[in-house]
Design a protein around this ligand. Structure first.
Ligand SMILES: Cc1cc2nc3c(=O)[nH]c(=O)nc-3n(C[C@H](O)[C@H](O)[C@H](O)COP(=O)(O)OP(=O)(O)OC[C@H]3O[C@@H](n4cnc5c(N)ncnc54)[C@H](O)[C@@H]3O)c2cc1C
Length: 379
C-alpha cells in the first residue's frame, strides 16, 4: 500500500504546486487542494485507525505541514489549523465527527481569537448561556479570525463557561452551518497566507445542543493547553521550517545562476553573498534541529518537553521572518520583481509572529516556565 507520503507528494505535484501562485495572487481558498488532501487520507491522518483514520501522531502531521508550507503557505495553514482542532476533537469529540474527519470529508478549524480579548484567547469574552427550557446553550460571540471560516464544516469554539464559577473557558464543537452564525465571507485580503480564508465569524443567539461541549464546563483552557495548543505550536514551527527550506533552495538557485559577466563568476562565488547564504542555511538547520528536539522531548516524556513546546513556535517564527528578509536582500532585484518566489515566502512568514500565542506572549510564557512561575495570572 502506498504511504501517506506518496499520496501527499502526488497532491502537491498535481494540485498544490501548480495552484500556489494563483492562490496567493487572487487570495483564493485552495479548495481543490483541500478536497484532494481529504481524498488522499491527509486530512484524516491523525484520527485513530479504529475510526478509519491514519492513526498517525504529531511528528507525521508536522512533516505534512512542513512539506506543504514549502509549496503553498495558505494550504499549509488550512491543514495546520485542521490538525490542531482535530487534536481536541480526537480527545473529547463525538465519534461521528471523528469518522468524518478520518474519511476526509470534514474540515475543521479553531475559533479561539475574539474581537474583545484579541490575541489573548485564554480569556474569551464570548458567552454560552443555558437556553430556556431545553438541553441547549445559546452562543454569542465575535470571533475575529477563523482560518477556513467559510469552508470548514466545524469550529472548535471557545466561550466563557456556562456556570460562571467553573474554570476560565469552555470548548464546543460548533457545526459551521448553524443558523445565526454570520461569516464575513469576503473578509480576508491579507499581506500573506492570502488563500487561508481567515474571516470573522459572529454568533448571535445561536442555539447549540449542550452535548456539543468538548470536555467539562470550565475545562476548556486545560483541554486547549493539553491538545490543540501543543499541536498548533509544533505545527507552526514545522510551517516555519518548510518556508525556510524553500527560501534557502530558491536563494541557492538564484545565487548559483546569476552571473557577474565582467568577472566571469556567479554571485555564489562572491564571499559576502556566500556568507549571508550560510546564515540562511544556519537558520534553517537551527529550526530543523529545534523542531526535532521538541518532537523527541514530547515522544520521550522529557522533563523539558513543555518548555520546548512553548519555545519552538517563537524560535521558528522569528527565524523564518528574518531568514526570508535576508533572502530578499540576497536575491536583490530578482526577488523584488517576484521572479524568485522569495517575496511570497516573506509575506507568508509574517503571520506567525502575531498568531496567538504571539511571539510576545510566548516569550512571557517561556520566561515564566523557566522561572517556575505560573503561565497565566500574576507572576
Ligand atoms: C493569517 C491568520 C490566520 C489566523 N487564523 C486563526 C484561526 O484559525 N483561529 C483563531 O482563533 N485565530 C486565528 N488568527 C488570529 C491570531 O491567532 C491572533 O489572535 C491575531 O492575529 C491577533 O491579532 P490582533 O490584532 O487582535 O492582536 P493584538 O492582541 O492587538 O496584538 C498585537 C500585537 O501586540 C502584542 N501585544 C498585545 N498585548 C500585549 C501585551 N500585553 N504584552 C505584550 N505584547 C502585547 C501582540 O503580541 C501582538 O504582537 C489568525 C491570524 C492570522 C494573521
Amino acid at each position: 500500500m502506498p504511504s501517506h507520503r506518496d499520496a501527499l507528494q502526488r497532491v502537491i505535484t498535481d494540485i498544490v504546486a501548480p495552484e500556489a501562485a494563483t492562490t496567493d495572487a487572487e487570495g483564493r481558498f485552495p479548495q481543490p487542494a483541500v478536497t484532494a488532501l481529504g481524498e488522499a487520507g491527509i486530512l484524516g491522518l491523525t484520527v485513530t485507525a479504529d475510526l478509519g483514520g491514519g492513526g498517525a501522531g504529531l511528528r507525521a502531521a508536522a512533516e505534512v505541514v512542513e512539506r506543504l508550507a514549502g509549496v503553498c503557505g495558505s494550504t499549509a495553514m488550512v491543514v495546520l489549523m485542521h490538525y490542531a482542532a482535530t487534536a481536541a476533537i480526537e480527545a473529547h469529540g463525538p465519534k461521528e465527527a471523528r469518522q468524518g474527519i478520518a474519511a476526509g470529508r470534514h474540515l475543521t478549524t479553531l475559533a479561539f481569537s475574539e474581537a474583545g480579548s484579541r490575541a489573548q484567547f485564554w480569556t474569551p469574552l464570548s458567552t454560552a448561556t443555558p437556553a430556556p427550557g431545553g438541553d441547549a446553550v445559546v452562543l454569542d460571540a465575535a470571533k475575529s479570525w477563523v482560518t477556513s471560516g467559510a469552508e470548514a464544516d466545524s469550529y472548535v469554539w471557545s466561550s466563557r463557561p456556562v456556570d460562571p464559577d467553573a474554570g476560565p473557558m469552555t470548548l464546543w464543537l460548533v457545526p459551521a452551518d448553524l443558523p445565526g452564525l454570520t461569516k464575513r465571507v469576503a473578509g480576508f485580503d491579507g499581506v500573506g497566507l492570502r488563500g487561508n480564508g481567515s474571516i470573522p465569524v459572529r454568533a448571535e443567539g445561536v442555539e447549540l445542543p449542550a452535548g456539543a461541549r468538548l470536555g467539562g464546563d470550565g475545562d476548556g483552557l486545560d483541554i486547549a493547553l493539553g491538545t490543540a495548543l501543543p499541536w498548533f505550536l509544533v505545527l507552526s514551527a514545522a510551517f516555519g521550517l518548510g518556508l525556510l527550506q524553500a527560501v534557502t533552495a530558491e536563494t541557492a538557485a538564484h545565487l548559483s545562476g546569476a552571473r557577474l559577466e565582467h568577472v566571469g563568476q556567479t554571485l555564489m562565488q562572491q564571499p559576502v553573498p556566500r556568507a549571508d547564504f550560510a546564515r540562511l542555511r544556519l537558520a534553517t538547520d537551527r529550526v530543523g534541529a529545534f523542531l526535532e528536539d521538541t518532537l523527541t522531548a514530547l515522544e520521550t516524556g522529557r522533563a523539558d518537553a513543555q518548555l520546548r513546546v512553548l519555545e519552538v513556535k517563537a524560535v521558528a517564527g522569528e527565524e523564518a521572518a528574518t531568514g526570508c528578509d535576508l533572502a530578499m536582500k540576497l536575491c536583490g532585484g530578482a526577488a523584488f520583481r517576484k521572479e524568485t518566489g522569495v517575496e511570497r515566502r516573506l509575506r507568508d512568514s509574517l503571520a506567525a509572529r502575531v498568531m496567538a500565542p504571539t511571539t510576545d506572549a510566548l516569550l512571557d510564557f517561556v520566561g515564566r516556565a523557566a522561572a517556575g512561575l505560573p503561565l497565566l495570572g500574576p507572576a
